[in-house]
Ligand binder design. Structure first.
Ligand code: BG6
Length: 467
């Protein structure tokens, strides 16, 4: 099966996970520097991103790999504290700007389009000290930071992602050990989501008004989306799966992609009612002002989605506990299906049909918007002969082509997570997602293409998926 003529193949990384140079050339401290330095026990192998893949110095090798494998695009993120060491525009770190300029030039000289994520979880520590994403004023700081990027890099960047996985940002505030490692109650999750959506909308409009007429780029927000599958054929399970889709993912997608510009109706009703029952005077789910709705509604040029796996859903009973407190209102029990083959990360189960169903769900809910898969990947323990990863990508790409050809989903691009093995947050360097191996014991961080890189190399030459 052939891919459409203009289909874009991309590979992704993120700043904290690959760059290293954690205090090089004036970079400020960020929340992942702080977490890994103060709490090494939370990270597998007590490791950190101080050096990581050393892409701060080896970016040319990364670009050479992209070129050799044949990718059309590279999705990477900018380290906020490398540009603005304290998070605000009182001090701009010129060397940081130069680093990204050089990377972008290297890509363009090799005919590779950059897709730039403005934020992939590495908030400057100074902004965290002011409350981070809980403080509504973060929206202003995010806007100022993005303004600097558009001004200095925007002439050469045509694809922007404002935020990577807002849902994952919340994890670090609600009991999961991601930075900033707080454990706050459910109202916090909804406040943070609200601020993230406002920040996204504000930056979209800034770009649209001040830069887009000249720079002509496209912009979106990458939402992580595990497909929710009914555990059985029962109506209860089907309803639970649909509820999970709305409460977990529609939470971020509805305000942007629907005409209402608000959270899903079912969330509004349920959380308002639950809040009342809890004796609150106001809902835990905040309300957007009409100006905020104006900024957020329709703030996209394409639909960016990160997809790795599926979860099986059924109604939760009163005694069920929830891994994260903000899932509670949905009354859905989510489980991994143990019958499905697993990656090294427990949460990744191979279920390619779920990918196709998700693409159809997005089309049915949000209309015929072009969909860009901005991450998709499989973890193992680092074998160069990574047959599991090869067959994972192969089987999911098959479903993607079916979604395009048979279901008429308008999928325009696909991104491999990740180009290179890197610092996998709490998993340190144990679990590997790269199609290129990195030797973290080697001071030179030698990179070696894996079997899956060869798979992509062949595919990208022919643009035809082998049977
Ligand atoms: C994605 C993130 O959701 O998952 C990546 O955007 C991350 O940054 C990947 O590396 C794998 O996640 P984890 O937590 O298993 O390392």
């Amino acid at each position: 099966m052939a891919f459409p003529k203009d289909f874009i193949f991309s590979a992704a990384t993120a700043s904290y996970q690959i760059e290293g140079g954690w205090n090089a050339d004036g970079k400020g401290e960020n929340i992942w520097d702080r977490l890994t330095h103060n709490h090494p026990e939370l990270i597998d192998g007590r490791s950190n991103g101080d050096i990581a893949c050393d892409s701060y110095h080896k970016y040319k090798e990364d670009v050479a790999l992209l070129k050799d494998i044949g990718f059309d695009m590279y999705r990477f993120s900018i380290n906020w504290a490398r540009i603005l060491p304290t998070g605000d525009i009182t001090s701009i770190n010129e060397v940081g700007i130069q680093y990204y300029k050089k990377l972008i030039d290297e890509l363009l000289n090799n005919n590779i389009q950059p897709m730039v994520s403005i934020y992939h979880w590495d908030l400057p520590q100074k902004l965290q000290d002011m409350g981070g994403w809980l403080n509504p004023l973060i929206v202003d700081y995010f806007e100022d930071y993005a303004d600097v990027l558009f001004k200095h890099l925007g002439d050469k960047v045509k694809w922007w992602i404002t935020l990577n996985e807002p849902l994952s940002v919340i994890l670090g505030y609600t009991g999961y050990n991601f930075a900033p490692q707080l454990n706050l109650d459910s109202p916090a999750a909804f406040i943070i989501a609200h601020n993230l959506l406002k920040a996204h909308g504000r930056v979209f409009r800034l770009y649209e008004e001040k830069y887009k007429p000249r720079q002509q780029g496209k912009m979106s927000i990458s939402l992580n989306w595990l497909h929710c599958v009914p555990k059985t054929d029962s109506n209860e399970d089907k309803e639970a799966a649909n509820r999970a889709m709305l409460f977990i993912y529609g939470w971020f997608a509805h305000p942007i992609y629907t005409k209402t510009g608000d959270y899903p109706e079912i969330m509004r009703q349920t959380i308002d009612a639950n809040s009342k029952k809890e004796g609150r005077n106001r809902s835990r789910l905040p309300t957007f002002t009409s100006d905020e709705i104006k900024a957020i509604k329709g703030s996209f040029d394409f639909f960016a989605v990160n997809h790795y796996s599926s979860m099986f859903c059924s109604p939760a009973s009163d005694t069920d506990s929830y891994p994260l407190n903000f899932f509670k209102d949905s009354k859905v029990k989510q489980e991994i299906d143990p019958r499905l083959p697993a990656a090294a990360s427990e949460w990744i189960r191979v279920y390619p049909a779920g990918f196709r169903k998700l693409l159809i769900w997005i089309k049915n809910q949000y209309g015929d918007v072009p969909i860009f898969v901005t991450e998709h990947g499989f973890s193992d323990l680092g074998d160069l002969n990574d047959t599991g990863r090869e067959s994972y990508h192969h089987s999911y790409l098959k479903e993607l082509l079916r979604a395009i050809n048979e279901d008429k989903c308008n999928v325009i691009g696909y991104t491999v997570w990740s180009l290179i093995d890197n610092f996998e947050w709490l998993e340190g360097y144990k679990k590997r997602f790269g199609i290129v191996h990195v030797d973290f014991n080697d001071p030179e961080r030698k990179r070696t293409q894996k079997r899956s890189a060869t798979f992509f190399k062949k595919l990208l030459k022919t643009r035809v998926l082998p049977e």
